[in-house]
Design a protein around this ligand. Structure first.
Ligand SMILES: Cc1ncc(COP(=O)(O)O)c(C=O)c1O
Length: 392
């Protein structure tokens, strides 16, 4: 049973994004193609967020903003309420984006030429961040665990074999984009202990933590696992994915260790712009006043995730795994007949559905489907995919 009045919010009639400046929809401008790629949702931002932004607009003040106490306590209280993590406001470093945050973390990883490990497939900017910082990337491919419904898990033997004494940073994505995992306490402990044993830094991108759909796998912030793990961890969070405000460029790092925090801040000096006033206003309203909206959203997304699972199960040649978290489904298209689907992204785009190409995530033959949209649009996209496969 939903724990609130889900009809209070209407996710069935989203704004018409064809007429907006959306990246997602402008790629399909003038074409009958449903965009299910870049990770934002087609829903309007939560009413309290829009209201807070409107109040600021009415004041007319678009100057530089200094973070204020009720903003910081909205973040602190929201993280305690949603993730059972009590953080000190001093641990928070505001950022204009999570991607900036993990690129900065790479600059702190040992010396140029040292390596940064990550679990692949993964959100594409993870693959370039080490290089941007003059470090090298170490990829460890996740494997599917039959005992866990085919869910993707870390292959610890592989990870250990690939890391050397020059691997100075472990970059994690939890919940994981694109495989949709919300990692268990046991898995996270093993990853954290792995980094402790090798005296590595950890950067934990938890941007999707508010989007856990599976009640059996609640989000566990990595830094809550032990003191040893916390003092080497840079956690990155943001209101952007959960409350659908990524265009407002607002995020933050949580860094409990004062020395590590100072190194991170020093690396940012002169490079990181101020967080913008509208993003900060929206952040406060999202964490403090849009809790009900988030719960209603999760109910809606659970319905969409079930529809995706059912529908993909009826498509020969495509396999997927249950989505614990995120509004992203990871589709294994490697068994589609090769003649016409050498490039699965191009095949489905030609048939009216645009998804993200697995190659960008380090996994050719896969697609990422964004189901953060109205049920009607999702149904239409899945029907187009079924037809496309039936007529290969
Ligand atoms: C795992 C992950 N990290 C970071 C981002 C982007 O963060 P930002 O826009 O704050 O740089 C995304 C967006 O899809 C993401 O999925």
């Amino acid at each position: 049973m939903p724990h609130h009045d889900a009809v209070q919010y209407d996710f069935d009639t989203p704004p018409d994004r064809r007429r907006s400046h959306s990246i997602k929809w402008s790629r399909v401008a003038g074409r009958d193609v449903i965009p299910m790629w870049v990770a934002d949702m087609d829903f309007a931002a939560p009413p309290p967020v829009l209201q807070a932004l409107q109040t600021q607009i009415a004041m007319g003040d678009m100057g530089y903003a200094a973070p204020w106490p009720s903003l910081m306590s909205a973040i602190v209280d929201g993280i305690a309420r949603d993730h059972d993590w009590n953080i000190d406001p001093d641990w928070i470093v505001l950022l204009p984006g999570v991607v900036s945050g993990f690129n900065l973390a790479c600059l702190l990883a040992g010396e140029p030429g040292d390596t940064v490990a990550t679990l692949t497939p993964v959100y594409p900017p993870f693959l370039s961040a080490p290089h941007n910082a003059g470090r090298k990337l170490v990829r460890s491919d996740m494997v599917q665990d039959g005992a866990q419904g085919g869910r993707w898990v870390c292959d610890f033997d592989d990870l250990a074999a690939r890391c050397t004494s020059r691997t100075r940073l472990l970059m994690l994505c939890n919940p994981h984009n694109p495989v949709g995992r919300s990692f268990s306490r046991a898995e996270l402990s093993q990853l954290g202990e792995f980094a402790v044993a090798r005296d590595m830094l950890i950067c934990s991108d938890e941007i999707h933590c508010g989007l856990v759909l599976n009640p059996n796998t609640p989000h566990i912030p990595l830094a809550t696992l032990s003191e040893d793990i916390a003092r080497r961890t840079i956690t990155l969070m943001a209101p952007s994915k959960t409350w659908n405000i990524p265009g407002l460029s607002c995020a933050f790092a949580v860094i409990p260790d004062a020395a590590l925090r100072r190194r991170f801040q020093r690396a940012a000096e002169g490079l990181m712009p101020h967080t913008n006033v509208m993003g900060l206003i929206a952040t406060e309203a999202a964490y403090r006043d849009a809790h009900d909206w988030r719960l209603a959203l999760l109910d809606y997304l659970r319905g969409n995730a079930e529809l995706v699972q059912r529908s993909i199960a009826s498509m020969p040649g495509i396999r997927t795994t249950p989505v614990d978290a995120t509004y992203l489904a990871w589709l294994d298209c490697r068994e589609l007949p090769k003649e016409k689907t050498q490039n699965p992204m191009a095949f489905f785009e030609a048939n009216g559905v645009l998804m993200s190409d697995g190659r960008d995530f380090g996994a050719p033959g896969f697609l990422r489907l964004n189901f953060g949209c109205s049920r009607t649009l999702l149904n239409e996209a899945l029907t187009r995919m079924q037809h496309a496969i039936a007529h290969i």
